[in-house]
Design a protein around this ligand. Structure first.
Ligand SMILES: *Cc1c(COP(=O)(O)O)cnc(C)c1O
Length: 378
């Protein structure tokens, strides 16, 4: 967006070397190639800069949700294989082929659609077959995958680059669902052997699978949130040493004393019991900072944690600093580290009643991204 006046005090700091470090840690842990998932603006970290950095690290594969994201990557000079994970929308198939995007094919009907587009353009389509093992989202049911596998193997217009499924409950180490899904997936893949065809790379593990279920690694893993140093759920084992790559910062732009009983913000939902010092921070739900943090979120100022008071507005919110002092232009950390204090995306999500994915992905383009090293813990 053109709005990025260089001076906006609110910004997202992204440490690309931490993402590279996380990629290395995941690779070392999983021991198989990685398809780095960069959909939804690389989980808020910036699609193109993250993908270019991952490419420079020799990432084997990238994954996006929609062809538009893949096309943006191709236009930015990304040459590594890109799989579009979402279900195909017929009229877009030609676009996949024109931009050398790998296609998710989840039924015989979709296979025929892809073949027709490939024949019309005179170029082969590179395809991953999608098997549903328990999400009931897209994918041929594992028990009826035979005809799809046979059709893809036999087609002169299809290069088969993979077969995959998606885990529904891997964030819960105690759930029996993951074992069931893996069993169904392996049963579907066994069909290649029955028809004497080579098995393409099989993949099923998302971040939670990588962390909690080592047996799901198969031939390729598909980490998203873990690449960015954030755990997918509170039950997940921190079995891979990753570090958060994002910090969200702003600055104090106003300071005042609010008298006891005087309400703060829309709806007058909060008032101090005694006179207190309140500062204003210039970021709000118009930036994707969750309004659900109204009177529930926390921020860091001068290395200490303070509560958000009253409702988060579209462009600003207020913070009660009690009897402490803060000055205009003091740094405010909304996600990240300040001195010894830390606010993780997971903490922000918990306060908002959200999952960390929503918090990261929600931060929109009104906030400039700045790529630089984040300070280490002292
Ligand atoms: C988003 C997505 C992933 C990555 O999920 P994380 O939980 O962020 O690791 C992997 N596979 C598919 C099919 C996805 O849609």
């Amino acid at each position: 967006m053109a709005l990025h006046a260089a001076e906006r005090p609110t910004r997202i700091l992204v440490d690309l070397d931490r993402i590279a470090g996380n990629l290395g840690a995941i690779r070392a842990h999983a021991g198989v190639p990685v398809m780095a998932i960069v959909k939804a603006n690389a989980y808020g970290h910036g699609l193109v800069p993250v993908a270019l950095h991952l490419q420079a690290q020799g990432v084997e594969h990238l994954g996006v949700a929609f062809p538009e994201e893949g096309i943006a990557l191709r236009r930015a000079g990304i040459t590594v294989p890109i799989l579009v994970l979402g279900g195909i929308y017929g009229p877009q198939v030609g676009q996949y082929l024109a931009h050398e995007l790998q296609i998710t094919v989840s039924s015989v009907e979709k296979l025929r659609q892809v073949e027709a587009a490939a024949a019309a353009l005179g170029r082969r389509a590179t395809v991953h077959l999608k098997v549903d093992t328990g999400m009931e989202r897209i994918g041929v049911h594992a028990w009826s995958a035979g005809p799809l596998i046979e059709g893809a193997v036999a087609s002169p217009w299809i290069t088969l680059a993979g077969i995959y499924s998606h885990l529904a409950c891997a964030d819960d180490p105690a759930s029996p669902m993951t074992a069931l899904q893996l069993e169904r997936f392996e049963a579907a893949c066994a069909h290649f052997g029955r028809i004497g065809a080579p098995v393409p790379p099989r993949h099923i593990a998302n971040s939670a699978g990588i962390l909690n279920f080592p047996e799901t690694r198969l031939d390729l893993v598909r980490p998203g949130i873990l690449l960015y140093g954030v755990l997918p759920g509170s039950e997940c084992r921190p079995s891979v040493p990753v570090r958060p790559a994002m910090s969200l910062v702003s600055r104090v732009v106003y300071f005042k004393v609010v008298r006891a009983g005087h309400t703060v913000g829309y709806g007058g939902t909060w008032a101090p019991e005694v006179d207190t010092r309140v500062v204003t921070v210039p970021i709000g739900y118009g930036d994707g900072y969750p309004r659900a943090l109204s009177s529930r979120g926390k921020v860091l100022i001068r290395g200490r944690e303070y509560p958000i008071v009253g409702r988060v507005c579209m462009d600003q919110f207020m913070v009660d600093i009690g009897r402490d002092s803060a000055w205009n232009e003091d740094e405010v950390v909304l996600i990240g580290r300040q001195g010894d204090a830390v606010l993780r995306a997971e903490d922000v999500a918990a306060a908002a009643g959200m999952i960390p994915y929503e918090v990261l992905v929600g931060l929109n383009d009104r906030i400039p991204r700045e790529y630089r090293a984040l300070p280490d813990a002292e």
